[in-house]
Write a protein that binds this ligand. Structure first.
Ligand SMILES: [Zn+2]
Length: 203
């Protein structure tokens, strides 16, 4: 079962779309929704027709022509995946931002790089997976808590927060030397002030 996919509003106005017939546009969007997590699927006109247009009497020749047209316009890549005809949605990673992406059942086209991130049991496998800002921040927090032994650097209580010594609102950075572990009470009372402004001192 394919995951839900994203369609960027910019698709409708992109130059590449201008030369496509409305049917080709619909077919392309259908491919995006059917493709696996790597933007790949079997390139078989009858199979695609049965998935996307089960209620329409579309001649197979029309399907094949439209698929070839999308290939000719660079929307998809048609290639041989270990003896099976496969297609790759070319702009896949420009549009899709999935949380997880499992490996494809089809071999990748020549020179293509897959992005893989999936969870099996408690093990997360990531290959060529871009790291999000959230992930980086989680890593920073972990490093700060470890460095400061989970202790508030203002009062010595158990720390649950990471405080910006110079707040972001005053131009403070996310560099480790501008960050300290802090307890909820100190974090709240300091607010958007520097320690000097708040009358607090670092231990
Ligand atoms: Zn504290």
């Amino acid at each position: 079962m394919a995951s839900r996919r994203m369609i960027d509003p910019g698709f409708w106005k992109s130059k590449a779309v201008a030369g496509c017939t409305p049917f080709e546009r619909l077919l392309y969007l259908g491919m995006v929704s059917l493709a696996d997590d790597q933007g790949r699927m079997l390139c078989h006109p009858a199979a695609i027709r049965s998935c996307l247009f089960p209620y329409d009497d579309i001649p197979l020749d029309d399907m094949a022509r439209a698929i070839q047209s999308l290939y000719g316009r660079g929307f998809i890549l048609i290639y041989d995946a270990d003896g099976r005809p496969a297609l790759q949605v070319v702009d896949w990673w420009d549009w899709q931002r999935p949380r997880w992406a499992r490996p494809s059942r089809f071999a990748a086209p020549e020179g293509w790089q897959d992005r893989i991130c999936f969870c099996a049991g408690t093990k997360v496998t990531r290959i060529n997976w871009p790291v999000s800002a959230d992930t980086i921040w989680r890593q920073i927090r972990r490093a700060i808590f470890k460095r400061d032994s989970h202790t508030c650097r203002y009062c010595g209580a158990r720390a649950q927060h990471v405080d910006h010594i110079v707040p972001r609102s005053q131009g403070g950075s996310d560099e480790l030397d501008n960050l300290v572990a802090s307890c909820a009470r100190c974090n709240l009372s300091k607010g958007g002030r520097t320690p000097e402004q708040a009358g607090m001192e670092l231990i």
